[in-house]
Ligand binder design. Structure first.
Ligand code: SF4
Length: 376
């Protein structure tokens, strides 16, 4: 399946923990960005004309900073350039303070099938500590407004391991999320992204992060509580009502092909991974002058492809098929993997069911070490 990602590089303001590329929204810059996006989509889809697209993901940044007219223009570009399958999944990310009723109605009318709302927490104190530009009340109102606008698949992101966050606050956040009867929840631990303000503060000792045991308990609480409520823990950080997995992200974990547009977007086509320059002004200049906007390009060799298959595939609860792994990468790679699994027998990190290898709950919890131990 081919997926399309479109990076909208604008936010209301920069959250101190964020490592994604974005800049402050400005209407004139957003108009110029959309004109550049038109040029990029036209040129790159020339080579992908016969490929049908199974999922489209409009992320960022904060796509919902765009005005109604700009969103309309964006969907016109998608319709013009992307050969989407009739049942394509179309996701848009929104933030609680920018998901106005008019925007939600437009997204619904233009065929968006999933809304992903960046809630992070339902505790105001935690939102302040994260530097988020919305309150818990805004988040609840945004989810309810999305439901009223007719969205049948709504997901939210929640975050734990935040400075000052208590286990009680995390528990209450999970209960608030459950009360909304959402179809999808992404539950991430706060990560220290290179270049973010929070990372600098933590390294300078001005911000104290919760200890590892505390963070692990929050993850386990989420996994247990969401499972009790009927959610399927289908990927290390993702939970859904059965059948409502995110198709777009599942394609990433399957090492499916995707083409990314906009500054800072990544593409993966035919074993070649590339990124587009993460600077909106430079992106606009290059597109306007007919210059390639790629920043990095890497063709993966067989060993890198095998490592990625393990790193991505084992993020999913269903894991990977060992026989298929052997067919893809050869019997020597499979033997090497089997030896590593054998050496870790008794660690409780993995399970093998018929020919499928997957991480256990303990493996999910210790995923960095569990995955690294299996790499070629
Ligand atoms: S976390 Fe989201 S809203 Fe905050 S700066 Fe990053 S992309 Fe923007």
């Amino acid at each position: 399946m081919l997926s399309v990602y479109i990076h909208i590089p604008f936010c209301v303001n920069k959250c101190p923990y964020c490592g994604f590329y974005s800049t402050q929204y400005n209407s004139h810059l957003a108009d110029r960005f959309l004109a550049a996006l038109d040029i990029e989509m036209k040129s790159r889809f020339r080579d992908l004309q016969d490929r049908q697209v199974g999922s489209i993901y409009i992320g960022g940044g904060t796509p919902s900073t765009l005005s109604l007219a700009q969103f309309s223009r964006l969907f016109d570009l998608v319709n013009e350039h992307v050969a989407a399958a009739a049942d394509a999944e179309v996701t848009v990310e929104a933030n609680p303070n920018t998901a106005a009723a008019g925007i939600l109605a437009l997204l619904k009318a233009r065929g968006v099938t999933r809304l992903s709302i960046g809630v992070q927490s339902f505790a105001d104190a935690v939102l302040i500590s994260l530097g988020r530009a919305h309150s818990a009340g805004d988040a609840l109102a945004a989810v309810r407004a999305a439901r009223s606008a007719g969205f049948g698949t709504i997901g939210i992101d929640l975050m734990y391991g935040i400075p000052g966050q208590t286990e009680q606050q995390w528990h209450s956040t999970l209960e608030s999320a459950l009360s909304l009867e959402l179809e999808h929840l992404s539950v991430y631990s706060l990560s220290l992204d290179e270049g973010s303000r929070l990372t600098q503060e933590a390294r300078a000792g001005r911000v104290i992060l919760p200890d590892d045991d505390n963070v692990a308990r929050m993850y386990q609480t989420a996994a247990r509580r969401l499972a009790e409520a009927g959610y399927r823990h289908y990927e290390i950080s993702n939970f859904c009502i059965p059948g409502r997995e995110c198709r777009h992200n599942s394609n990433y974990w399957d090492r499916g092909e995707y083409v990314g547009f906009g500054p800072g977007a990544w593409s993966f086509i035919g074993n070649r991974r590339s990124s587009t320059i993460a600077n909106v002004s430079e992106y606009i200049a290059r597109m306007t002058n007919g210059i390639n906007a790629a920043e990095t390009t890497e063709v993966l060799d067989r060993g890198q492809a095998a490592s990625e298959t393990l790193l991505l595939g084992l993020r999913r609860a269903t894991g990977i098929d060992l026989d298929h792994f052997g067919q893809q990468f050869g019997s020597a790679a499979l033997d090497d993997l089997r030896k590593k699994i054998l050496r870790l027998d008794g660690s409780g990190l993995y399970r093998i069911d018929h020919s499928r290898l997957s991480l256990t709950m303990r493996g999910f919890l210790l995923s960095n070490g569990a995955l690294a131990a299996l790499l070629p």
